[in-house]
Write a protein that binds this ligand. Structure first.
Ligand code: ADP
Ligand code: MG
Ligand code: MG
Length: 878
């Protein structure tokens, strides 16, 4: 017969898939001799069996559970449902991965009108016995019949008001008895049935409620977002109760072996006397800091500290521990690897290496790259945050902290942003029409919709803070008012959002840059030792490059020359170049531009200090530079001395139906070779100037949008000739490469031919994704959320590379390129160069480098190191 139930003594921490995380750790703690109240775990296999049999708990499983319940009765010397000395138990859900949205825990199960009298007899404490009973009714009602907790809380508050009490602990046994009657009536009216008196009914209903909660929509969405297998199922832990609510030598608390916000190696935690379960986090009373326990119960404190030290050494990670003290006796109820801030994560990982508990590689693998983003972006100032008023909590849809003024529609948001305000867009839900408003806002708040709603998906795509589904606020978009339980806000009022926690706060909370300390530097040194991929930066200016270098960039992977063209003083010359109808006219404009470009390149080469700099020749559709309004056209006419009418005509001639598929990239050089020639000259002349300053320099000249060997061959020869002329004149030869951007599917499939003419390939995965899917990069947001919702796509292909399609093209290009040109240098310069999952893919393809925006460089470096450590580990395992 299959075994579905495990005594805590029969399990271990390795069994988390079978026993769930909570159950596995309860077993582990039991076996290393910690004071864990006895109990057993019904496995995740039982949950699967339950689901396979149409939500039916099989007789075999039930019988096996009963056997274990009897063992528990023997161990504790108590009897389930007994009228003199009843065994009370907790029923605790526990999946293999911690999962918000699952059912909560039920405490004090086994109480009914008779056994509560038994408990009073056994404990000689009517007050705490009734307290247990009323808590049980509330938790059972909440989790088994979804009777909202606040209705019970309200009844409790009413009673306290009537009695003029401020604290729950002031309630007498009689008060609690009355409260139980009220709760039972509430239960009947809400569920339409009596509160179950049979403890076995209570137990069966609770177990099936836990299994059912595996499939509740919130849990399903959470699993989808976190890529957790739907088939895992949850375990159920049944554990004998210990009581923290039995007077002032009892209590309950949470402890961390290190500080979870700073990572400091100091015991940290909070507790409440005469309390049960989650009272500490529920904010009923202000908890005491753990240090206070040292003064009041030194013995217990010392024991708890020993437990903490032992557990951390055992798990080799910072632990988050739940404990209860019953009349001076300590019990441990849970341990898990503690959640921590990004800063704490780094400090703890590095400290553990210093303490000889982890290897450097293990420390690197512990770092969650998604969390590192937090470190590099500003967060709320802690002191101001503590003083701030929390308004409500919604879903943490897209991480980051933001503060700004609220607007209720996209138009108002855009206008306010253009006035220079920081805008928080507040909507019931967003739709594709809101895109521009979302783009211009610092954060988005919606009252409706889940983690995959339009708002959530688009905000994540934009890397923008978003709290979604905050149903505790009411939004009237026409009246432009938002209302929470405690405050009413109107247009222009300040609001602060934490997209990582889902919390929203009244008013403006200052943001601070997170300090990255010595530990971070040290970790990043280890990262460099471990990684194989070179990480370069996408930088269009010396300033971007400086930021990138500060974060550890090893060169420039993409310098987009057209970004330099947009500047005030240059645009007239750019426009003149485009408008020009003769080559002579164009040459005049190009001569001006060349001097300006040289300035830029000199700055970048100087900052790069010998590191390779990949410069992409002019790429975008020409008309992007053209004057659009009449005023602009007339201004240009004056500047270059041409009739406005002629310019207007030329602008019209240049307009394209599909500019992204139009006259751009190397197609410009095929029709107007002088443009790229000018750029190549500017690059080499500035390289020579830098060389003369005594600084090493290494330009890579990149031809964009190549789709055939012939294109690159023609252009390369023109560029080479221009460069040779300069070298001859200057009596000097400098190293340089000419290569192509690979961003058109045809280029991937004919990469063997193209590689014969190119010294390097740089994969432009943005355009490659656009062209492979036929999705417009600029508009795809309007429908991509639906694709994710309907599971057509699991992630946004513009963020994380589509390995099956786009990835296959890249793989083909790599293989074919190497076939004809073994020395070919290959890297990636698209957005994907900063995405950890994509980086792992590129690592495995054996590319030399990835390149990304300056602030993503640390993430890319860590991801590159993790990819290579993972690969090494796999080699060892086969
Ligand atoms: P969660 O997964 O939400 O942390 P838990 O199952 O850990 O839920 O339980 C919620 C609270 O109840 C915790 O504070 C826990 O310590 C407490 N608790 C659980 N089981 C018992 C028990 N047998 N005796 C006393 N307290 C318990
Ligand atoms: Mg909970
Ligand atoms: Mg817990």
């Amino acid at each position: 017969m299959r075994k579905f139930v495990y005594h805590f003594k029969e399990g271990s921490k390795e069994m988390k898939y079978l026993l769930g995380g909570k159950g596995a750790n309860l077993a582990e703690m039991t076996n290393i001799g910690l004071p864990v109240p006895p109990g057993f775990t019904i496995t995740t296999e039982a949950c699967k069996d339950y689901n396979e049999h149409h939500q039916y708990l099989s007789d075999d499983i039930y019988a096996e559970m009963m056997t274990h319940l009897h063992i528990l009765e023997e161990e504790t010397g108590k009897k389930f449902g007994d009228e003199t000395n009843p065994l009370l138990i907790s029923v605790r859900s526990g999946a293999p991965f911690s999962m918000p949205g699952m059912m909560d825990t039920i405490l004090n199960l086994g109480l009914n009108d008779q056994s509560v009298l038994g408990l009073i007899k056994a404990t000689n404490d009517a007050r705490s016995s009734y307290d247990c009973y009323r808590r049980f009714i509330q938790m059972f009602g909440d989790v088994v019949f979804q009777i909202p907790s606040y209705r019970f809380e309200q009844a409790l508050t009413d009673l306290k008001e009537r009695k003029n009490y401020t604290l729950d602990t002031e309630l007498s046994a009689e008060d609690l008895k009355d409260l139980i009657a009220t709760y039972k009536a509430l239960y009947v009216s809400a569920s339409g049935r009596d509160f179950p008196q049979d403890p076995f009914d209570q137990l069966r209903l609770s177990i099936t409620a836990v299994f059912d909660s595996w499939e509740n929509p919130r849990a399903v969405v959470y699993r989808r977002l976190h890529h957790i297998d739907n088939q895992l199922g949850t375990a159920v832990n049944i554990q004998s109760m210990v009581f923290g609510n039995t007077g002032d030598t009892s209590g309950t608390g949470i402890a961390f072996t290190r500080n979870p916000s700073t990572g400091e190696n100091l015991f940290f935690g909070e507790y409440l006397l005469n309390a049960q379960g989650e009272d500490v986090v529920a904010g009923i009373r202000t908890p005491e800091p753990i240090s206070h326990l040292e003064d009041t119960m030194p013995e217990v404190y010392k024991q708890l500290l020993d437990v903490a030290v032992l557990l951390e050494l055992h798990y080799l990670d910072m632990q988050d521990i739940e404990f209860t003290i019953e009349k001076g006796e300590l019990f441990v109820l849970q341990t898990r690897n503690g959640k921590r801030t990004a800063q704490a994560a780094i400090n703890i990982a590095v400290d553990l290496v210093h303490e000889g508990k982890l290897t450097k590689e293990e420390a690197i693998m512990r770092i969650d790259t998604a969390q590192i983003d937090q470190l590099l972006h500003p967060s709320f100032d802690e002191a101001s945050l503590r003083a701030a008023t929390s308004l409500a909590t919604g879903l943490p849809a897209s991480p980051g902290a933001a503060t700004g003024q609220i607007y209720f529609n996209a138009e108002d948001a855009v206008e306010a942003a253009e006035r220079g305000e920081k805008v928080v867009l507040v909507r019931n839900e967003t739709s594709p029409e809101d895109i521009e408003g979302m783009a211009k806002s610092v954060a988005i708040l919606t009252a409706h919709g889940g983690m995959t709603s339009h708002a959530a998906v688009v905000a994540r795509g934009m890397g923008k803070c978003c709290v979604a589904g905050c149903d505790a606020i009411a939004i009237d978009e026409t009246k432009k008012v938002m209302q929470s339980a405690t405050a009413t806000l109107t247009e222009g009022d300040f609001l602060s959002l934490n997209g990582s926690t889902g919390s929203i706060y009244l008013g403006e909370i200052p943001l601070v840059e997170t300090k990255i300390g010595g530990h971070f530097e040290e970790l990043m040194r280890w990262v460099n030792e471990a990684k194989k991929l070179v990480v370069r930066v996408n930088a269009d200016s010396p300033e971007d490059l400086e930021v990138g270098l500060h974060f550890g960039a090893e060169g420039v992977g993409l310098c987009r020359t057209e970004h330099m063209f947009f500047q005030e003083d240059r645009i007239p010359h750019v426009r003149q170049m485009i408008i020009a109808e003769t080559k002579e006219e164009r040459m005049v404009a190009l001569a001006h531009l060349k001097e300006m470009q040289k300035e830029d390149f000199v700055g970048i080469f100087r900052a790069a200090d010998g590191k390779p700099v990949n410069i992409r020749l002019l790429d975008p559709p020409l008309h992007e530079f053209l004057p659009k309004t009449d005023r602009d056209i007339e201004k240009l006419a004056r500047e270059i001395g041409k009739p406005a009418e002629e310019i207007r005509q030329r602008v019209q001639d240049l307009a394209e139906t599909n500019p992204m598929l139009g006259h751009r990239g190397c197609r410009l050089a095929i029709t107007f070779p002088e443009i790229y020639i000018m750029q190549a000259e500017a690059i080499m002349e500035s390289a020579i100037q830098i060389h003369d300053e005594g600084i090493a320099v290494y330009p890579e000249i990149m031809v964009p949008l190549v789709s055939s060997r012939e294109e690159i061959a023609i252009i390369k020869n023109q560029l080479k000739e221009a460069i040779q002329t300069i070298f001859r004149k200057e009596q000097l030869v400098l190293p340089f490469d000419i290569g192509t951007m690979i961003e058109i599917p045809r280029a991937c499939v004919t990469a063997d031919e193209i590689a014969e003419e190119a010294q390097f390939f740089s994969f432009g995965t943005n355009d490659l994704t656009q062209l492979t899917f036929g999705f417009s990069r600029d508009d795809a947001n309007k429908f991509l959320y639906a694709y994710q919702e309907q599971k057509i796509l699991s992630t946004d292909p513009f963020q994380s590379i589509d390995q099956k399609g786009v990835g296959a093209l890249v793989t083909t290009a790599v293989q074919r390129g190497r076939m004809t040109n073994p020395a070919l240098k290959m890297g990636v310069c698209g957005e994907h160069g900063g995405d950890p999952a994509s980086i792992q893919f590129f690592h495995r393809l054996g590319l030399q480098y990835v390149s990304c925006s300056p602030y993503r460089i640390p993430i890319a470096r860590i991801a590159a190191a993790q990819a290579s450590i993972l690969e090494e580990r796999e080699k060892v395992n086969v």
